[in-house]
Design a protein around this ligand. Structure first.
Ligand code: UDH
Ligand code: MN
Length: 378
């Protein structure tokens, strides 16, 4: 069950007063009706006709009342039930709740978030501790690193998915910078760290597929940002949301002298809507070790007739935490060769052929850690 934004309890005095009126009129109506049934033999004709007329008039008034918008204050409990059942879309839900409460609905968040800062100073200070990070990031977060803007309805429900193993220090910096940025960007988001269980060969793309499936079990995300754990944007105008075409966001990394390492590069941080992701059957599951899985993603996109959108290189600047190549993620010289077969394999290798074993889901206050066995070959 998705954890939904708390909605305010009805606190409107006018609504309570209307409720009591409605209840008393209904009681009076029943009382008259009973009188008519029990004493009809003892009543004279004129009194009987009078009572019938009064009952008819009352029925009419009640019908009008029930038909009227504000009479729904009476039924807020029933509406809450259908909300809990998830039958009503978010936007409609907010507006109905506000109507019951007698308050005006939250407006949609504006297309350009008002609180952005532009260029940011990013320093990966070794002295930064996890408790510093918690203190500076936990504000208004729900368990598992979930957030929704408080004063408007976000237009983007984004699962941020991070492939991960043994990079605690990088995750710390990522959380320190990204939570405040995502909040300023007014995203309805959740952070999912997909931890590859065991010591087998690393598989970045398969972990991203797991993140897609697991995050959707929790909430109706419509956009997925797939981000390496060591990449922090240097400008918060690079929005973590989806666009009309799949988006490559990390276009100017410090590691590559703030430019694309090659023309069709699609690595680091990318954003795909649910529809875009499904069109390409997700990512490949068979790129073990380092290299070429991001080029396969790019091929899938172009093979399906889509283009890649990118921010300009000023907005798309990223800083990467310096690191050596990890053990069990050595360059795999077989990987680039697989790119010749993407057109043939992409429809049968991807989200529709994903097999993994879920080990554990841990809810930290800053993220959801999904520990998974992806059946590494060795
Ligand atoms: N990762 C881990 N643990 C590992 C290995 C990888 O968490 O042991 C994750 C992590 O999120 C990392 C990502 O996988 O950021 C990518 O691995 P990397 O950081 O070693 O990759 P690298 O910095 O990538 O080398 C930069 C772009 C490479 C160009 C791509 C050419 N196709
Ligand atoms: Mn890296």
């Amino acid at each position: 069950m998705p954890s939904d934004q708390e909605y305010r309890k009805p606190n409107n005095k006018l609504a309570d007063w209307r409720d009591s009126c409605l209840h008393s009129s209904f009681a009076f109506y029943l009382f008259l009706f009973r009188c008519l049934i029990y004493f009809r033999a003892k009543m004279n004709r004129l009194l009987r006709i009078f009572l019938i007329v009064v009952l008819l008039a009352l029925s009419f008034m009640l019908a009008v009342w029930l038909n009227n918008d504000h009479s729904y204050t009476h039924g807020h409990r029933y509406a809450e039930l259908s909300i809990v059942a998830g039958m009503i879309p978010e936007e409609q839900k907010q507006s109905i709740i506000s109507k019951f409460n007698g308050s005006s609905p939250l407006p949609p968040c504006p297309p350009t978030p008002p609180g952005l800062e532009g260029p940011l100073r990013i320093e990966f200070e070794w002295s930064r501790s996890m408790s510093d990070v918690r203190n500076s990031s936990r504000e208004n977060l729900q368990e598992g690193g979930r957030y929704k803007p408080l004063d408007c309805i976000a237009q983007h429900k984004v699962a941020v998915i991070i492939p991960y193993r043994n990079r605690k220090d990088h995750l710390k910096h990522w959380l320190y910078y990204l939570h405040p940025i995502l909040k300023r960007q007014q995203v309805d988001y959740g952070v999912y760290v997909i931890n590859q269980h065991g010591e087998g060969t690393f598989n970045r793309a398969k972990l991203l597929n797991v993140g897609y499936v697991e995050s959707l079990k929790e909430y109706a995300y419509d956009c997925f940002v797939f981000s390496d754990v060591d990449l922090v944007p240097m400008d918060d105008r690079n929005l973590y949301r989806c666009h009309g075409e799949p988006r490559h966001m990390a276009v100017a990394m410090d590691k590559f002298g703030f430019q694309m390492p090659y023309k069709n590069y699609f690595g680091g941080v990318v954003a795909l809507s649910r529809v875009q992701y499904m069109r390409i059957n997700g990512f490949p599951n068979n790129y073990w070790g380092w290299g070429a899985e991001d080029d396969d993603m790019h091929k899938r996109i172009t093979l399906k007739g889509m283009a890649v959108s990118r921010p300009d290189s000023r907005l798309g600047m990223y800083k990467m935490v310096r690191h050596l190549r990890d053990t069990h993620n050595e360059v795999n010289p077989q990987n680039p060769g697989q790119l010749h077969n993407t057109a043939k394999t992409m429809n049968s290798d991807g989200i529709n052929s994903l097999i993994y074993s879920l080990i554990k889901i841990e809810k930290d206050e800053l993220y959801t850690m999904i520990d998974v066995d992806i059946h590494a070959p060795n």
